[in-house]
Design a protein around this ligand. Structure first.
Ligand SMILES: [Zn+2]
Length: 306
């Protein structure tokens, strides 16, 4: 069975036609989510029409970077991304244009479905996923089922768990000192500016994890200090997840996984030191297919829903 997956990301819309856990065709469209979804729909429609002409497509799945009511197929909030969502009925748009069923999920939840069905968590029923990048996304699958909660808010807001009482004000939630405000891409610029350490990193116009990694690899003291501070926050976040969900495996994804085993080893070490897990050691893994796990997860969501 073939389905189309559409990952509505902040700077790119990734699209793929997926069959049996494989992305057969892939494209990405530049997006500026602050401008809304409406300007992107004609291009999304053009790609879907081309694929529907070549393949028998059973459904179209969307991933949205905020809260989603999976049952009612409604977006519940936007956090500044695609603020025009209330004006668009995506289910109606898909049915009207293509005569197909539509499914929608939060992006981190879709990534967890992808890694759970076809990726690094395929051999376990109990895992948590953390996407460390522009923001912090999270999902938990227990007993083979994604935890969603009464209002579809469970786990997905884990990046907004408050960690520092007098921390930064968050742009993604009303909170202060949450994980995302202390250790995500948008926090990096503040961390660089606030540090007393001297470094050429301070002259960079924008600092993201790719840029930080380049300095880190040259052992720049500021880059090393920032990475270590981020790891401390992420580890605390993970310890909270361990106590909340009792997973067997942690899957890490997002821009930060370019640190590879250095990241998993570091986080595993801190969590092992500071979390009480008398049953043994938590397993840390990198996402098998970080670029495509959302697309694969939407395929699984469509199959489950049909
Ligand atoms: Zn927050």
């Amino acid at each position: 069975m073939k389905t189309i997956s559409i990952d509505l990301g902040g700077s790119n819309v990734k699209m793929g036609i997926v069959e049996d856990g494989k992305v057969l065709q892939y494209t990405s469209i530049r997006s500026n989510s602050g401008d809304g979804l409406m300007p992107l729909l004609p291009e999304i429609e053009r790609v879907c029409r081309a694929w529907c002409a070549q393949h028998t497509v059973a459904a179209i799945g969307f991933a949205f970077p905020s809260l989603v009511d999976v049952k009612e197929k409604r977006i519940l909030g936007h956090n500044g991304k695609f603020p025009d969502y209330e004006q668009i009925d995506l289910e109606h748009w898909v049915r009207d244009r293509f005569g197909l069923p539509m499914f929608i999920d939060n992006d981190a939840a879709a990534a967890a479905l992808g890694e759970g069905h076809y990726g690094s968590a395929a051999d376990t029923d109990d895992f948590v996923l953390m996407i460390l990048g522009t923001g912090i996304g999270a999902a938990a699958s227990m007993g083979g089922q994604l935890l969603r909660g009464k209002h579809y808010q469970a786990v997905s807001m884990f990046g907004h768990i408050p960690l520092k009482v007098d921390g930064r004000s968050c742009t993604g939630c009303p909170g202060v000192g949450c994980a995302e405000a202390q250790a995500s891409t948008w926090a990096l610029q503040h961390m660089v500016e606030e540090s007393p350490l001297d470094s050429p990193l301070k002259a960079e116009e924008t600092v993201d994890f790719k840029c930080l990694k380049q300095y880190y690899d040259c052992r720049d003291p500021l880059a090393v200090a920032i990475f270590e501070e981020c790891c401390a926050y992420w580890a605390n976040c993970l310890i909270a997840m361990v106590y909340a969900y009792d997973p067997e495996v942690v899957v890490l994804s997002g821009g930060v996984i370019q640190w590879g085993a250095e990241l998993t080893d570091r986080l595993a070490q801190v969590v092992e030191q500071r979390a009480w897990t008398p049953w043994g050691k938590l397993q840390f893994r990198l996402a098998h297919n970080p670029e495509q796990s959302v697309l694969l997860g939407l395929h699984a969501l469509c199959i489950e829903g049909l």
